[in-house]
Design a binder for this molecule. Structure first.
Ligand SMILES: *Cc1c(COP(=O)(O)O)cnc(C)c1O
Length: 378
């Protein structure tokens, strides 16, 4: 007997919930035909800034471009050390390398999976002692929906003179100490890739900052380094613009985003209550809320994970692995790695597993997933 598969993500069900509003907004774009950087983009920027309590929002073409523009604005390049977690999505390490800088991988906390501030301090000391690179940037990633330990990270960065960049790609909608994420660092970059908690129907991203100067630089860099008049090129920039269709989709999705965050939180709590004896459930960052991009559990070891994944697949329960390989072990990045041991990231990669979590997962499906996990673990 094969059970009906549960979708890992259900963008069709979500679309049905917002259909009328979405259609109205898309029709407006088709009507005015300002397809790139049209009025929806400015409206989106204002709405997003208000939503997360940031002074400036600059909408861009993707989360990766948001990270890149932030580092370009800071003039990051050859000889600069950019500290970032080894356990994250590839884009976090790719961007410093594209700009000629060197990623310095930092290990993560084994319970919250967030970058480990104590290990960051150690890595900065190692880079200073080696004397080859200038410690320049910290990219703190808010992984899986939860915030990194920003109070600790910001204190270290201030002491060490590092520019802080918050990679919020997975955690837009999360909060720390009662404040929405978006203004914890000197600059923040988020992504609207369709599978993120707030996703467009294509690529998109946004940058946040409290600094007027930085916001102006981001806007210039997003459009080929243009000056106050369009045909004056002040600096080398890029094409990082957002299109109006994506902004329209995001504005529509923002109307239901708070209730979606609540739905994800409810599922996470149910998983916690049912699965604590079967697997290691994700630890919460104190005094925070999660956007629950990913609900990741830990199995005993890699062999157990393989067996559990296979059993769940047979039960129609999809799982995913974020991340099967830490970045310092990726073929593209291992030459850039200084060889420091990163045991927690390596261990997590062997036995972490993500369960479905999305706002259209109904109670019966969540219950079925829990029953299947408990059965599979045995
Ligand atoms: C998705 C993601 C990005 C990149 O965002 P894109 O919009 O896909 O370019 C960067 N960092 C992290 C942690 C991500 O999860």
């Amino acid at each position: 007997m094969t059970a009906t598969p549960i979708p890992f993500l259900d963008l069709k069900a979500q679309q049905a919930r917002i259909a009328a509003d979405l259609r109205r907004r898309l029709d407006a774009v088709l009507e005015h035909c300002q397809f790139v950087m049209g009025p929806e983009v400015a409206e989106l920027e204002a709405t997003l800034a208000k939503f997360c309590g940031a002074k400036h929002c600059v909408a861009v073409s993707s989360g990766t471009d948001a990270l890149q523009i932030a580092l370009m604005a800071e003039g990051v390049g050859r000889g600069d050390a950019v500290f970032l977690p080894a356990f994250t999505y590839t884009a976090t390490a790719e961007v410093p390398l594209v700009l000629g800088a060197t990623p310095v991988f930092v290990d993560v906390d084994p319970r919250t999976f967030q970058i480990d501030p104590a290990h960051l301090e150690q890595r900065i000391a190692e880079v200073r002692a080696a004397g080859l690179l200038k410690p320049r940037v910290l990219i703190g990633v808010d992984l899986f929906g939860q915030p990194a330990d920003w109070p600790a990270l910001s204190a270290i960065a201030a002491r060490e003179g590092l520019f802080t960049l918050d990679d919020l790609a997975q955690s837009f909608g999360g909060s720390l100490h009662g404040k929405m994420l978006g203004s914890q660092a000197d600059a923040t970059a988020t992504s609207f890739f369709p599978s993120k908690p707030l996703g467009a129907y294509g690529d998109g991203g946004a940058m946040f900052t409290e600094s007027d100067e930085r916001a102006a630089l981001f806007r210039s860099l997003r459009t080929h380094g243009e000056g106050p008049t369009r045909y004056e090129v002040l600096r080398t920039g890029m094409n990082g613009r957002l299109d109006s269709m994506q902004a329209a989709v995001l504005l529509s999705k923002l109307t239901v985003f708070p209730e979606e965050l609540a739905a994800r939180e409810k599922i996470a709590r149910y998983y916690d209550s049912r699965l604590g004896n079967a697997v290691t459930i994700p630890a919460r960052v104190p005094d925070s809320t999660s956007a629950w991009a990913i609900y990741a559990v830990l199995l005993k070891d890699g062999a157990t994970r393989d067996a559990v994944q296979a059993a769940l697949r047979a039960d129609g329960v999809p799982t995913a692995i974020y991340y099967p390989r830490p970045l310092h072990l990726q073929p593209a990045y291992r030459d850039a790695h200084d060889g420091a041991p990163l045991p927690v990231s390596e261990d997590l990669a062997t036995r972490i597993m993500a369960l479905p979590i999305h706002p259209d997962l109904d109670d019966a499906a969540v219950e079925r997933i829990c029953d299947a996990v408990i059965r599979a673990v045995g």
